[in-house]
Design a protein around this ligand. Structure first.
Ligand code: BES
Ligand code: MN
Ligand code: ZN
Length: 485
């Protein structure tokens, strides 16, 4: 359960309060006794990260900002502090907690609340009993007190709801979530947020000749799906839509080139891109952004069963190009390529694909940066970089130089789906580029998604990497359009 967020205008003397301080001054409205204040002042002077005062009938938490000026690193420090405090806060069993600030930058309360909400996430759906020491997500209500715009609170609630929804989808194991049930979940999310969802089933996918998606699906007993998510409000600022494409491999065994050792673990999260696109549409629709956005989700599992596609197969893709299969574990690019060429029918302003695509991206950037490759206008990358810093889902760009494309040459087909061991993240990007008739931003989240342990409020397993980034990007794009009008 995610705590509820409410705005309040008055703090009463009995309420438990967490106050973010931009200076060493302790505000009067915290109603502390003289000895409590003395203790707090001493701790502040000692530069403690946070101060905790248990007055028995209520608790007070003080969080001192590391610097007065607001920059993206200070904002992230605050989100991280909320993670460090999550157990203490839970342990105190507050039914509600006030979050306020004094001399702090505007937005500090929302940043702290965001970090805390995301830190309280857990995936406990399949636990039949509460375990020792496991608590519900107390406090169940966070009461925000201060100079906060209602629209910012709404954005915070919708965005964090979207992160929960996205993480829940990613964390489902494949025996509970195959391509068809994923489509069902996307439909439900669309209904609740107000965007439309069309689900193309196998017959339609065959009629559309999506050879990549169909090839990857051959070794599976479950059929593939192709979901089309659309948000098109009556007031739209963009004539041509932005198309988001998410990799929806509900489980990646590697196929006949089966993953060995521990490499298969966590591969239920290989549909993170799909979950993230769904989450972004949720936020965009909830916020009522005046933009036309389309989401495309090709989905299947990748298995070595029955008539599985094999190394050496030549497949004809949706755009009629032929691909030699060099490795069945390079499946993500095959299903994405079909979706990217399908996107042409919208004549999009921009295509953004997001995918857990290559181990190479993870080896290069670890869990700290999303690998980005782009053929789009530089202004979008600059904006993506800025948003990435703000929400701290940072991006790092890799080049799409022509020479890397040479590695994908095939003797027998138009292109091969692998380029050898070197520059693996880039050759995957080069492969996708060949299917894009419109500007493309490719985001590889293989390193930043599916964490082995908590990275603060990015809770381990599916963390929803790229969701806050893309949602914020679209919000800014909408704002730039509004300014122009
Ligand atoms: N889903 C994997 C990529 C991945 C690896 C995601 C680790 C998350 C963590 C993808 O389908 C894959 O198997 N990629 C191969 C490509 C190779 C065969 C060219 C890889 O990166 O090893
Ligand atoms: Mn694979
Ligand atoms: Zn994969």
């Amino acid at each position: 359960m995610k705590p509820e967020i409410l705005k309040i205008s008055q703090i009463s003397a009995e309420q438990s309060v967490l106050c973010i301080l931009g200076s060493d001054h302790i505000p009067e409205r915290l109603t502390l006794s003289e000895s409590e204040k003395e203790f707090a002042q001493k701790q502040l002077n000692a530069k403690e990260e946070y101060i905790f005062i248990n007055s028995y009938h209520k608790c007070t938490y003080l969080v001192r900002l590391k610097e007065e000026i607001s920059n993206f690193k200070i904002r992230e420090e605050l989100r991280k502090t909320s993670y460090n405090l999550r157990k203490l806060i839970k342990g105190n069993n507050h039914s509600e907690l006030v979050i306020t600030s004094d001399n702090a930058y505007k937005g500090a309360i929302e940043d702290f609340a965001e970090g805390l909400l995301l830190s309280f996430y857990s995936f406990k759906k399949y636990k039949t009993k509460e375990e020792n020491g496991e608590k519900k997500n107390y406090p169940m209500k966070l009461l925000l007190h201060g100079d906060i715009d209602d629209s910012d609170i709404k954005w915070l609630v919708d965005l964090t709801d979207a992160v929960y929804i996205t993480r829940d989808l990613i964390n489902e194991p494949v025996n509970h979530l195959n391509a068809t049930t994923l489509a069902g979940e996307i439909r439900k999310i669309g209904d609740s947020a107000g965007f439309s969802v069309e689900v193309l089933t196998k017959g339609k996918i065959e009629a559309l000749k999506m050879g990549g998606l169909l090839a990857v699906n051959k070794g599976s007993v479950d059929p593939p799906v192709f979901c089309i998510l659309e948000w098109k409000p009556s007031k739209c600022l963009n004539e041509k839509p932005i198309v988001l494409v998410g990799k929806g491999v509900v489980y990646d065994t590697g196929g006949l080139n089966i993953k060995t050792g521990d490499f298969m673990s966590g591969m239920n999260g290989d549909m993170s891109g799909a979950a993230t696109v769904t989450g972004v549409l949720y936020t965009v629709a909830k916020a009522g952004l005046p933009l036309h956005i389309v989401g495309l989700v090709p989905s299947t599992d990748n298995r070595p069963g029955g008539n599985a596609y094999t190394q050496g197969d030549i497949i004809t893709m949706h755009n009629k190009m032929t691909v030699e299969v060099g490795n069945t574990d390079a499946e993500g690019r095959l299903i994405l390529a079909d979706a990217i060429s399908y996107a042409s029918k919208y004549s999009p302003e921009l295509i953004i694909d997001i995918a857990t695509l290559t181990g190479s991206a993870a080896m290069t950037f670890g869990n700290q940066a999303i690998a980005v490759m782009s053929t789009a206008d530089k202004k979008y990358i600059t904006l993506l970089e800025e948003c990435g810093n703000d929400v701290y889902e940072r991006i790092a760009e890799l080049p799409l130089w022509d020479e890397y494309g040479e590695l994908l040459k095939s003797d027998i087909a138009d292109i091969k789906n692998i380029g050898g061991r070197e520059a693996g993240a880039i050759t995957a990007g080069k492969f996708l580029e060949r299917f894009a008739e419109f500007p493309l931003i490719h985001m590889d989240i293989a390193g930043t998604e599916m964490l082995k342990k908590d990275d603060f409020y990015r809770i381990k397993n599916g963390c929803g990497s790229g969701l806050r980034l893309l949602s914020t990007l679209l919000k800014r794009v909408a704002a730039t359009y509004s300014e122009k009008k």
